[in-house]
Design a binder for this molecule. Structure first.
Ligand code: G3P
Length: 241
């Protein structure tokens, strides 16, 4: 009897894991930039599912002043059809709530990006209860990812490249978060960030990250293979014969 119960429990757990994986089986590509031309280029390829920005990426494009910053987020939303992460600057709960509400009111595609700090966790919980999407950023550990999921974040952003930069395996963190989320059926989507090159994308896909947010160069690098280049050159040459 005990054995039967145990077998039933194991089968149910396996079924739950399989179902969770099936539910998220389509990997999303976001572009990690505030550059409108690059966003358009990725959108034109037909493979773009959304955009992530951060204050450094906005500054890189020379977007300054509150009005220009808000207008730029709307411009991005008008190019893409998916979620657009816009980051709050405040680090206190009230400030994050005020900024996040203003950002969310800009466009239905805006996702409020909030740093992984105590006040941020509280703000994520607040926005979750209001039905506003959030992206918990600056995540470098499984514990932080667990907190983000418990607060109900829509996305969690582990920075894999920055972990690699300090001799820590960024992809191992994706693997750990996938395991933890699947153990409990957390619906927070794993958004691999600080992606630097095509192998990061491929490994994230193998590990079951829901989203990879990448520079355009990493997305277009997926196109390249020398045998494709030489094979096409041969086909074109033969077509002229
Ligand atoms: O999405 C976060 C990302 O912009 C950080 O990337 O290359 O500055 O570590 P990176």
């Amino acid at each position: 009897m005990l054995n039967k119960l145990l077998n039933f429990y194991c089968a149910a757990k396996q079924l739950k894991l399989t179902f969770t994986k099936l539910k998220f089986k389509r990997m999303k590509f976001f572009i990690d930039t505030a550059n409108l031309a690059q966003i358009k280029e990725a959108q034109d390829m037909g493979v773009l599912d959304g955009v992530t920005t951060n204050p450094s990426l906005m500054a890189k494009e020379g977007i300054k002043g509150q009005n220009n910053i808000l207008k730029h987020y709307v411009d991005i939303c008008n190019i893409v059809t998916g979620d657009v992460s816009a980051e709050v600057i405040a680090t206190d709960f009230d400030g994050m709530v005020a900024e996040g509400e203003a950002l969310a009111a800009l466009h239905e595609r805006i996702v409020v990006k909030i740093p992984m700090i105590k006040e941020g966790v509280k703000a994520i919980k607040y926005f979750t209860e209001k039905g506003i999407k959030t992206n918990c950023t600056l995540v470098f550990s499984a514990g932080q990812a667990l907190l983000a999921a418990k607060a109900g974040a829509t996305y969690v952003s582990p920075f894999i490249g920055r972990l690699d930069d300090v001799s820590t395996d960024g992809l191992a963190l994706i693997d750990d978060i996938r395991l933890i989320y699947d153990n409990y059926g957390y619906e927070t989507q794993i958004l691999a960030a600080s992606v630097r090159h095509p192998m990061h994308i491929i490994e994230c896909a193998k590990l079951g990250a829901d989203v990879a947010t990448c520079p355009l160069s990493a997305i277009t690098a997926l196109l390249n293979h020398p045998l494709t280049t030489s094979g096409l050159a041969q086909f074109l040459a033969d077509a002229k014969k």
